[in-house]
Design a protein around this ligand. Structure first.
Ligand SMILES: Nc1ncnc2c1ncn2[C@@H]1O[C@H](COP(=O)(O)OP(=O)(O)OP(=O)(O)O)[C@@H](O)[C@H]1O
Ligand SMILES: [Mg+2]
Length: 507
């Protein structure tokens, strides 16, 4: 395999933060190259340098052995480099075809040549092995298919280098499987693929080589076959990572959350959501499992007061059925939302201000605020420029840690956590799991919604499975296994993606 793009000596500073420090990365045609590292290690920065959206302070880029300079993503695209953004950049109301060709429409005598565009997109879809309907509006598509549109956009522009920054964070297990099959196919045809991920089993499954970054520097680049998840975790963090497991017997107390006869009407293509009864007691972790898109998000919104629903919700013996989020919080609820950028934090404010929200009433000395923030950052290993830095300057995983630190520090009797370890590194997962177990041990209750079965199996005292808006099965801790949960999630009549939109028959 030959070098397709080579980065040499890339260095990038953001103020006091050295995000990339003399980084070398060689991408070969036909390889899937995984890039791993702790939150803030510099992965996304390096990808932005490769894609021309961040200008390095030092270092060179060579494409096919020829030195190049990227002043913008346009230059990178012209050099055959495509990027699949984690937050998709698609027009919801446009069709698949129109999204794919947007900005690169073929024209004949100055007029957009729709027929030839349609043909090329259809051919690409087939070549990619996709089931996409080229005329479908993007807003009707599940995440996995939207991501395919992003990938097709790059391929349509003749990309033979594809950058994917945490592409599976938003995918169901089935969608992830499909993505990896497609990536291997593209690699076989000579495309160079860079895959940034925190999931080491994905690295093992799909990549040929892996580069480990630590605090901006390359620790190693090795053939995947020559390493193990444990060895990678060690290279990333400099220590051994042990997984935290819920092995203390439960001693549940009074109910901290009771949901009864909750109903959310169907909306658009989403099925109605129904929960006859769900209870979380003090001193236990109750999990909700299900393929994303089966109603977990809406159910949690209804529980925390962000979405109207009929039925009743009681937090800590207070009837909050008609209460807004603030009153539910006052009743004793903390909440770690999935969308921490939009719901969980104020990106333009400082980390210190974000950590203080909901915590203090009245006026506080700035120095006390800063101390509180510095203390929480230190204890939660939030890596960034300091308490006064803007929330938006933090890497994805570090932003997640800030929201979690704030919510855990409330010591509320009930914590509602939605995918709390999404996008955080292996060390942070271990830490967050220990914190959740400590929360339970301290006599608080946790409602844990997670796309990661392994997380539920490690932590939950009981797991309810949500499929097509209905709770179809429940398992006690002793019964939990990936096999059982997986079966309940798929056998209820709904599979991944669109099938999940139809409610299952019976339960
Ligand atoms: N625009 C920016 N302004 C200031 N600091 C930044 C900016 N972008 C990144 N940084 C800092 O650079 C470092 C590397 O960030 P980067 O986003 O590359 O990390 P990452 O490895 O992708 O982390 P994650 O796994 O959390 O996504 C972090 O300390 C981050 O706070
Ligand atoms: Mg990143």
């Amino acid at each position: 395999m030959t070098s397709r793009v080579r980065l040499t000596g890339i260095t990038k500073r953001f103020g006091p933060v050295l995000a990339n420090d003399d980084v070398d990365l060689d991408l070969l045609s036909g390889e899937v190259h995984a890039v791993v590292g702790e939150n803030g290690a510099g992965k996304s920065t390096l990808m932005s340098v490769l894609y021309g959206s961040v200008h390095p302070d030092a270092g060179q880029i060579a494409a096919n052995g020829v030195p190049v300079r990227f002043t913008s993503p346009g230059d990178a695209i012209a050099a055959g480099i495509g990027m699949v953004h984690q937050h998709f950049q698609l027009f919801e109301s446009f069709s698949v075809t129109d999204n794919v060709i947007y900005g690169a429409e073929p024209s004949r005598r100055g007029v957009i040549d729709r027929a030839s565009a349609r043909d090329r997109v259809a051919a690409l879809i087939e070549e990619y092995g996709s089931t996409l309907d080229p005329s479908a509006a993007v807003r009707t598509l599940p995440m996995g298919l939207r991501q395919q549109v992003e990938i097709l956009k790059a391929l349509y522009r003749h990309a033979d280098v594809l950058i994917l920054d945490e592409p599976t964070a938003v995918l169901t297990p089935a969608e992830t499987g499909l993505l990896f099959t497609s990536l291997r196919r593209l690699a076989e045809r000579g495309v160079a693929i860079v895959l940034v991920t925190h999931k080491l089993d994905e690295v093992m499954q799909v990549s040929d080589r892996v580069t480990v970054l630590r605090q901006g520097r390359v620790v190693e680049t090795v053939p995947t076959a020559d390493t193990t998840p444990a060895a990678l975790a060690h290279a990333m963090t400099g220590r051994d990572i042990e997984t935290a497991v819920n092995d203390a017997p439960a001693s549940p107390g009074a109910a901290v959350l009771t949901v009864t006869d909750l109903r959310i009407p169907a909306e658009g293509t989403r099925a109605a959501i129904a929960c006859d009864h769900l209870r979380v007691r003090a001193g236990e972790i109750v999990g909700i499992a299900g393929v994303a898109g089966n109603g977990q998000a809406e159910f949690v919104q209804a529980v925390v007061g962000l979405r109207p629903a009929s039925g009743s919700v009681t937090i800590n013996d207070v009837d909050v059925s008609r209460a807004d989020v603030r009153r539910r919080r006052r009743a004793g609820m903390a909440y770690v939302p999935e969308d921490r950028a939009a719901v969980g934090s104020a990106r333009a404010l400082s980390i210190s201000d974000n950590l203080a929200v909901g915590r203090f009433r009245g006026w506080l000395k700035p120095s006390a605020l800063r101390r509180h923030a510095a203390d929480l950052m230190e204890r939660n290993d939030v890596r960034g420029a300091g308490p006064e830095a803007r929330m938006s300057s933090l890497s994805g995983g570090n932003a997640q840690k800030v929201v979690l630190a704030r919510e855990l520090s409330q010591r509320a009797p009930l914590l509602v956590a939605e995918n709390p370890t999404q996008g955080v590194d292996v060390g942070a997962i271990e830490y967050i799991h220990r914190e959740l177990l400590a929360y339970r041990a301290a006599g608080n209750g946790v409602l844990l919604v997670s796309n990661e079965l392994s997380e539920l199996i490690a932590l939950a005292d009981r797991v309810h499975v949500l499929v097509g808006g209905r709770f179809v099965a429940s398992f006690e801790r002793a019964q939990l296994s990936e096999g059982r949960l997986g079966e309940a999630m798929t056998n209820a009549g709904a599979g991944a993606g669109t099938a999940a939109l139809t409610p299952p028959e019976g339960d």
